[in-house]
Design a protein around this ligand. Structure first.
Ligand SMILES: *Cc1c(COP(=O)(O)O)cnc(C)c1O
Length: 484
């Protein structure tokens, strides 16, 4: 196998190894890291993986990207990550005891419709699958280089709790997580604030989510402070989070097919384009994927791109607050990785396009060869609204007796518009309905069931500090708490 090196989509810097980019977000030139080539998996290799456990499959896939981590170490990290203890929160009624169970819903339009359950982790959302891996990789790498890391994050609910549950108790890591005081759902608040680990600090900021994000931005812009206090971030552009998601596309394909070369399609509820980007990577590695369906909610900048070739950012003020809130984005941060492949990995052209995005607010690829590659890569898209979510939650419940969360409902709504007879469609379940009680109640007239371990969550003792919306206060807190 050729060694894999990582370079920035904008062409700056020298090629680096996986371990060198592991703890990083953006590349220094403002681009995103990508491997210099996609490792290929042959049909024979794929067949030899058919009966592997999730952890063994994950080791095979990751070994192709993390080739500077000794294989035995990687295997240990992966096996400590994908355990039934960590991913044992299956929804009530699902006793499959798998890390990521694939459920056949039934036949629609002459094809099999599957649901890939990715939300059995500690925060009941798919982000756990990559974030738990990240926590263990970070701990390993920090020990290897003798460093400590202070993670500063801002959350409106989901990403922050996935990060906290991944980093809790990890040596060499401390987390300061900012959230908007009084603006998260009771479930989200209880999930984050019931953690009582000395290395996790929950700061409830007297402000809105944008204020929290702004504080993180201001703190990390202070280069000296960032270095002195070893500040890092865990956002969705981290490459290791993408590879952590590539694994389950392989897993699902192996479970949905029974022989070489059989194509399947996936539908992915999308926000920052991280999840579906992982599907694209899997396809580029040789996994037989027919179509990748990008499902958006009312914030449909991605659907607009896939139908017109124009990618137009929405100012945050024009971004809707919807009932699938984890997809409420104005700019899809991982989209740059896909555009890089659309322009045949030309960093100069990519940098020009993103400069235009920053100045004019849009990228126009309509009528170009680059846009023609969208079809070559198997991408299509669709939009789902609040009414669609409600209708889909009802129809999936009525037809299959399964309750799905609103993000998954967006996916299923759009999946149904792209069914091809004979090609199995796998819809990704990105969260459990237990996290989004209001819309489930609206659709079905009763609250969602919870996994047993979440009974009484809101009654647990909560640990957090209310802090003013003020950068200096946060900096002082970081200095105080990281000393000694
Ligand atoms: C983060 C998230 C998404 C969007 O995923 P991206 O990788 O940002 O496209 C969809 N659904 C849920 C429940 C999420 O938490």
């Amino acid at each position: 196998m050729d060694a894999v090196h990582y370079t920035s989509t904008r062409g700056g810097g020298t090629p680096r190894t996986f371990s060198e980019i592991l703890l990083e977000g953006l590349a220094p030139d403002g681009g995103l890291y990508l491997p210099d080539h996609y490792p290929q998996v042959s049909a024979d290799e794929l067949e030899s993986w058919r009966f592997l456990s999730y952890a063994d499959l994950a080791t095979e896939v990751l070994a192709r990207f993390c080739d500077d981590i000794p294989l035995d170490d990687l295997r240990d990290i992966v096996h400590a990550t994908y355990t039934p203890e960590v991913f044992g929160n299956a929804r009530a009624g699902d006793d499959s005891a798998e890390i990521a169970p694939l459920h056949l819903l039934g036949e629609e339009n002459g094809t099999q419709l599957f649901l890939l359950a990715l939300s059995n982790g500690p925060t009941l959302a798919f982000k756990d699958l990559a974030m738990q891996l990240l926590g263990n990789l970070f701990e390993y790498q920090l020990a290897r280089v003798g460093r400590e890391l202070t993670i500063l994050g801002a959350t409106s609910g989901d990403t922050g709790s996935a990060a906290e549950y991944a980093m809790r108790g990890k040596h060499g890591i401390r987390v300061f997580m900012l959230s908007p005081h009084g603006r998260m759902s009771p479930f989200q608040v209880a999930q984050m604030f019931s953690l009582n680990d000395p290395n996790i600090v929950n700061l409830a900021v007297e402000g809105v989510f944008d204020d929290c994000q702004n504080i993180v931005k201001r703190v990390t812009e202070d280069a000296a402070f960032k270095v002195d206090h070893s500040i890092g971030v865990v956002n969705s552009i981290n490459w290791a989070r993408i590879v952590g998601q590539v694994i389950y596309y392989f897993h699902a394909w192996l479970r949905a097919t029974d022989g070489p070369g059989q194509a399947v399609s996936f539908t992915v509820p999308s926000g920052n384009f991280g999840n579906v980007c992982a599907g694209h990577v899997a396809r580029m590695m040789g996994l037989p994927i027919d179509t990748l369906v990008v499902a958006t909610n009312e914030n449909n900048v991605l659907d607009e791109f896939f139908t017109t070739g124009v990618y137009r950012m929405r100012p945050p003020a024009d971004t809707f607050h919807t009932s699938s809130p984890s997809m409420d984005i104005s700019r899809a941060s991982n989209f740059e990785r896909f555009v890089f492949d659309l322009v045949e990995r030309d960093p100069v052209q990519l940098a020009d396009l993103y400069r235009a995005l920053d100045t004019d607010g849009y990228i126009d690829l309509s009528g170009t060869d680059a846009f023609a590659r969208v079809a070559e890569f198997g991408f299509v898209s669709g939009t789902s609204t609040h009414a669609d979510r409600v209708a889909t939650i009802r129809s999936i419940d009525a037809r299959y007796g399964i309750t799905v969360d609103p993000h998954t409902a967006d996916g299923l709504k759009v999946a149904r518009e792209h069914l091809t007879p004979g090609i199995p469609m796998i819809a990704l379940e990105t969260a459990q309905p237990a996290k989004f009680g209001a819309i489930i109640d609206e659709a079905l007239g009763h609250p969602p069931e919870r996994p047993h371990s979440f009974e009484g969550l809101e009654a647990r003792e909560q640990h957090f500090e209310v802090v003013p919306n003020d950068v200096d206060t946060i900096k002082r807190l970081i200095v105080e708490r990281t000393a000694g």
